[in-house]
Design a protein around this ligand. Structure first.
Ligand SMILES: [Zn+2]
Length: 158
């Protein structure tokens, strides 16, 4: 029987003009983007943190501190680096599910592209990676478009 571990995470960033909107490693056409030290890709950040949580390895700030080394970094590359470490420890992805709360634009046309890129970075198949969106129904900072949030659950096994 394989050993399994599960982790959960949440991430949020502010939406501002003149920044690209990068979600799951895919740049989505939008007049606003997420603000942050890196590309502020909340999907990758939540998946990294959920993975670190599953293995009790601390949090994303410990592995990728807000130093110049990671300034402007592609979060997809941080996810890839995380999974290099996961595999060194003998683990691999079982499945991941990520829920994005974003008022607009709709992400549904882009989720298959995100799943392909995320899966490649995680050393898995797209069928193991789910990304879905909800608008937040006008409620709270994400529903009102001040920012966006992502919730993720990750299962790893060895
Ligand atoms: Zn983040």
């Amino acid at each position: 029987m394989a050993e399994q571990r599960v982790g959960v995470a949440y991430d949020a960033h502010r939406l501002v003009p003149d920044r690209p909107l990068v979600l799951g490693g895919v740049t989505i056409p939008s007049d606003v983007g997420l603000d942050g030290h890196s590309d502020a890709d909340i999907v990758c950040h939540a998946l990294i943190d959920a993975t670190l949580g599953a293995l009790a390895l601390g949090d994303i700030g410990r592995w990728f501190p807000g130093t110049d080394e990671w300034k402007g970094a592609s979060s997809l590359e941080l996810l890839r680096s995380t999974y290099d470490r996961v595999r060194e420890l003998g683990w691999s992805l079982g499945n991941a599910d990520c829920m994005v709360v974003l008022a607009r634009p709709r992400i549904a046309p882009h989720t298959d592209a995100m799943r392909a890129r995320l899966a490649a970075a995680m050393g898995a198949a797209p069928a193991q990676v789910s990304v879905r969106g909800t608008t937040g129904d006008g409620l709270g900072f994400a529903g009102q478009g001040e920012g966006a949030a992502a919730h993720a659950v990750v299962l790893v096994s060895r």
